[in-house]
Design a protein around this ligand. Structure first.
Ligand code: DX5
Ligand code: ZN
Length: 220
């Protein structure tokens, strides 16, 4: 079985001490940096944009996993490639021509991810699954950190895993929202490959130990 990964979400970092928090993740057992870009249109919140991503890229020494919660993401694909994104995830609900968008992301040298909101059915990915490197299942409604985990996520993970196997696809499954030590092991048992964790990591008294523990639970 492949190793399960942990991706701390910088949305919950202390932006006054961003370099310190990035170095913490660099020195931790975390695998990826999860970076949430929100435009105030697709979601009712604005996070941060290009200059902050540029600063993150300067210090981060791990894979940059960029989650776009923006409308019309095609406008910025080239910019995100230039700013060092390794994985670029767009929302299913924000793309009219999803197939084309994924091809452009790949042509720019990045892995292509598709995020789905809690209400979006896994079956809608049937005809596109072989083109997706990663599916991000939202386990909260996108827009904010610190929300409670939606239990229906387990069912979606199992359905997605089945779809991936049926199609001989190599798509990874990422879970985002409300991840903690209470659900990490079960999520990975259901089929998750990557767990995003924001507040659980950055609001912890000992973030390094928290990451180590999450990773251990994910791989248990
Ligand atoms: C929410 C973001 C998440 C968020 C997760 O829209 O996509 O990545 O940072 O935060 P927690 O882990 O606090 O739920
Ligand atoms: Zn996210």
């Amino acid at each position: 079985m492949t190793t399960k990964r942990i991706a701390p979400s910088l949305l919950a970092a202390d932006f006054g001490n961003l370099q310190r928090d990035i170095e913490m993740v660099n020195s931790s057992e975390a695998d990826w940096f999860h970076i949430d870009i929100m435009d105030g249109v697709f979601v009712p919140n604005i996070s941060y944009g290009m200059p902050v991503l540029e600063a993150i890229n300067k210090h981060a020494k791990k894979t940059l996993d960029v989650h776009l919660m923006i409308v019309d993401p095609d406008r910025y694909i080239k910019d995100f490639a230039r700013l060092g994104a390794h994985i670029l995830t767009v929302h299913f609900e924000a793309c009219t021509h999803l197939h084309r968008t994924l091809q452009v992301i790949k042509a720019e040298g990045m892995k292509a991810g598709v995020a789905i909101n809690p209400h979006t059915n896994i079956d809608l990915l049937k005809d596109i699954i072989n083109d997706i490197d990663l599916v991000l299942i939202m386990s909260v409604n996108p827009g904010f950190g610190g929300q409670s985990f939606i239990e229906n996520t387990y069912k979606k993970i199992r359905q997605l895993k089945e779809l991936i196997i049926q199609n001989n696809a190599e798509t990874l499954i990422e879970i985002d929202g409300g991840v903690s030590d209470q659900n990490a092991a079960e999520l990975c048992k259901a089929g998750a490959d990557i767990l995003v964790a924001g507040s659980f990591v950055f609001k912890a008294e000992h973030p390094l130990d928290t990451i180590q523990n999450l990773r251990k639970l994910a791989n248990s």
